[in-house]
Design a protein around this ligand. Structure first.
Ligand code: CA
Length: 225
């Protein structure tokens, strides 16, 4: 298996060089671009396995680049930013980054983040034949985790089904409401929260090691497999 290729988009040459060194030492292949406007054409030609994308770039803003990448690609993107106030937006549906690293960072931390994101996404990218941990059958209205049946209410089942269909995607409470209540009944954010809480509790009983449903602060929830 070839080593994963990490594209570093960073206009500060020194930072880029340090990152390249650390990533290479950890067994990754790297490539580097110093301008935002070069990213899309480059990725279309030769898609990397992950992109480390600086926010402030000459040529084109990292946020804009990320948004456009998401229109045609699900390549994992880690945003590198000094602007903590932008994090919720970066990870939200609008921009769609997978994770972020705050400047100033330690290169070691960046490497750990890269590994974590790849590990998180790898089962579903690299081994499609693998039995999914969670199976939801909306005909028999049953869900199984690792082969064992899990008892869920109809609302919890629909909730789980929504997450399983789009792993990694962040859903706002409003979007979840639309999926959960087909009769357009009006429910509050707190109702959604309590269903998520109950579902989470039941999942943790079956998979104590994993926190499958994660809250994304200020945005909503997502499933991580
Ligand atoms: Ca920069």
């Amino acid at each position: 298996m070839t080593a994963p290729l990490i594209l570093i988009v960073e206009d500060e040459a020194k930072l880029a060089r340090v990152l390249e060194e650390y990533l290479q030492q950890s067994g990754f292949r790297t490539e580097h671009l110093a301008r935002g406007d070069l990213v899309i054409p480059h990725v279309r030609k030769e898609p990397p396995d992950l992109i480390l994308l600086d926010l402030m770039l000459p040529g084109r803003d990292g946020m804009e680049v990320c948004r456009e990448l998401r229109q045609f690609s699900s390549i994992p993107i880690i945003m590198v930013t000094a602007r903590i106030d932008e994090i919720d937006r970066l990870l939200g549906l609008e921009i769609g980054a997978d994770d972020y690293v705050c400047k100033p960072y330690s290169p070691r931390e960046v490497v750990a983040r890269v590994k974590a994101v790849l590990r998180r996404l790898d089962p579903r990218l690299s081994d499609q034949s693998q039995q999914p941990i969670i199976k939801v059958d909306m005909v028999s209205f049953e869900a199984h985790i690792g082969g064992r049946k899990i008892d869920l209410t109809p609302v919890e089942l629909r909730l789980l089904n929504t997450f399983v269909e789009y792993p990694g995607q962040v859903f706002s409470r409003g979007q979840l409401m639309d999926k959960l209540y087909l009769d357009n009944r009006v429910v509050t954010d707190r109702t959604v929260d309590s269903h998520v809480k109950n579902l989470r509790r039941k999942l943790i009983e079956h998979l104590p090691e994993q926190e499958l449903i994660r809250s994304v602060y200020g945005v909503g929830y997502k499933l991580e497999l």
